[in-house]
Design a protein. Sequence first.
Lengths: 669, 154
Amino acid sequence: MNFDDLKLRTKILVPLGLMALTVLAVIALSSIRISSLGATSNEIITQREAGASELARARLAAVYLPYSVFAVIIYDNDAPNAKAASSDYKNAIEEANKHFDRAIAALPDRALEIGKFKERFAALYERSKSAYDIGYASPGAIHGRNLKPEDLDDMAKATALADGVDTDSRALVNELSDFTANISKENAAAALQLGAEGSETVMLLIGVGLAAIVIIGALALWMVGAKISGPLNRLSELMKALAAGDLNVSVGGANRGDELGDMARSVEVFKQTAVERARVEDVAAMARASADAERERAAADRARDAETVATAIRALSDGLNRLAKGDLTARLDQGFSGEHVQVRDDFNAAVDKLSETLRAVVTSTSAISSGTREISTASDDLSHRTEQQAASLEETAAALEQITTTVKKSAEGAKHAADVVSNADQDAKKGAVIVKQAVEAMDAIAKSSGQIGQIIGVIDEIAFQTNLLALNAGVEAARAGDAGKGFAVVASEVRALAQRSAEAAKEIKGLISASTTQVDAGVNLVAESGKALERIITQVSEINRVVADIAAGAHEQATGLQQVNVAISQMDQSTQQNATMVEESTAASHSLTQETTELASLVERFRVGGGGAPSLRRELEKVAPHAFGKPAAPPVRSSAGRPVAKPVPVVKRAKVANGPAADDGWSDF
Amino acid sequence: MYLRDDRAGAKTREMITFLVGGQEFGIDVMSVREIRVWTPATPIAHAPSFVVGMINLRGVVLPIVDFAARLGFPPTQPTSRHAILVAEIGKQDVGLLVEGVSEILTVSNEEVQDVPNVGSDSTREFVYGVLAKQGRMISLVSIEGLSPNRQAAA
């Protein structure tokens, strides 16, 4: 792969990447060195120096040992110094051993020498014990001459013993001091070496970094200069040449694979385009030259025509000026030639038409005025009628309220009547049952009467026969003469009895007959009353139906009243709308009158030829006298002026002018 | 005159009264044999108009005379309540159809009044006296005048 084919980004990133790698390497190296230095210094500070200080403390114990022994010998045991010395002595061996052990732990390379020091101190401490014991038993030197000779001897003996200890102790202390100083010296040397190592590391790092910067900088310079900036400069020069119009330059680097190659190819395309454009511009320049010649010829023609047109326009301007002043008699006849004759003719025709139109306008104005008068009168009437309608609506609403009350009452009455009729119906049905029973009872009576009649007939027959027998007996007795006289009496008595029974039977028959007749009459009457009851039932049901009809009628009336209410509400709205429209139409008629006046004054400004002016003016004066400053005829004014003011009371009354409040004013309906 | 003679002989007599055409008539009880209930009669051919017919009375044929028709009244329409007086006229028994038999009266001669003279012999031939008693007007009839044979002869 060719290096030139890499992208510019890659080319820039390569030195940067190398730089980053170098920095990483330096950081890693310095980290390793610094951590090594840190470990060494740590050892010096924490271990070796600590061991030295422990040895110094052990040396202090060796210094204090003889002092404690002497203090015990000299001081009384109760003295504070003696007590402190005694305590120090007792702790001395433990204290010294502790420090020696720590020193051995801190300085393992010197453990043998420190062990020897430790043993020597232990032996010294053993030797000092006898001096200490004697000193502790003896009283203090403070007693002076009061001291016993034995005590003084003991003290001398102890002092002698302690003296040897002191001498050895001093030697031990001196050696320990030398040893400790030796160690400190070693530590100082190690620290010095550490500092040297640190400086060396710094120098190394600076050297490596500088080398890397130089190498990578050189690489980057080469990259930017040779591989990016150089080709870009060449392309820039090329494009400048192209811009300057030098189309003969050749575009290099088009075979490169990076962005610069793309740019080179694009520039090649620009070059080709520019070459094509130059060719086209040559063609266009030739065309422009021929067009300029044509234009000059046309300008000469135009100058010639312009003179003719100027003349015509002056004449036309003159005519139009007269026209603007309202002179409709203006006509064009001079200053036109050729194609402008048509303009003249058109102007004259237009003015003629305008004159005719104005005459027509005058006539129309008259008609409009007449119409306006009629509209005004009609508006007046309409306002009156609207007022009356509003009053009628109020009366209607009041009447409707009464009707509503009445209908309510009649509905209640119908309901009550329905209840009563229902009771009557039940009673009538009960009555019908009773009548049926009565008819049956009457029939039974009639039947019994018939049977009694038959029995009475038999009795009557018997009485009749008995009478005949008695008569025959009487006849026989009479024929028997005196012998039959007694029998005749008996026969007479029998006949009398028969007669009486016959009479009784007759009476009974008559009574029975009368009773039968009456029973028949009663049956008939009961049947009649039954029929009457049936009729009553029928009529009651009829009444029931009628009452239901009345109730339904009342309900329908209520519904109808509701509809009437709605209708009245609508009428109310219509009345309001009518009032508004009356107002509007009145205003419109007023406005129309004004417009008519305006129209008349406008038309009056025109002067129409052919003696038409006086008649036109007369007509206009008749139509709109106020336009000519004369007092108007009263009837015209009143009819034209009244509707403007008159409808206001109507409007106020209907409260239409108050907008939404109008509904409140009419809601009573 | 049998009855007159008879009346001359006795102070009182028994009269049987009956109803015909709303009037009350009376005949001597001695001339009555019995009283019967009306039974339908068998008409007799070519008999006078007042002869209703004949009936069988215990085996004897008895002619029946309509008393009302015999007296010139409208003919009787007989019912079960009509009666037949079986009377002895001469030697012949005759049934008299009457509307009803009333009673047997004992009448004294003084009570019988003469029939008013109305200028008719026929009347006198049937009715020989009038009995006005207890507000009643009873015509006393001569039984011989009632014979069908007599009418036929007349």
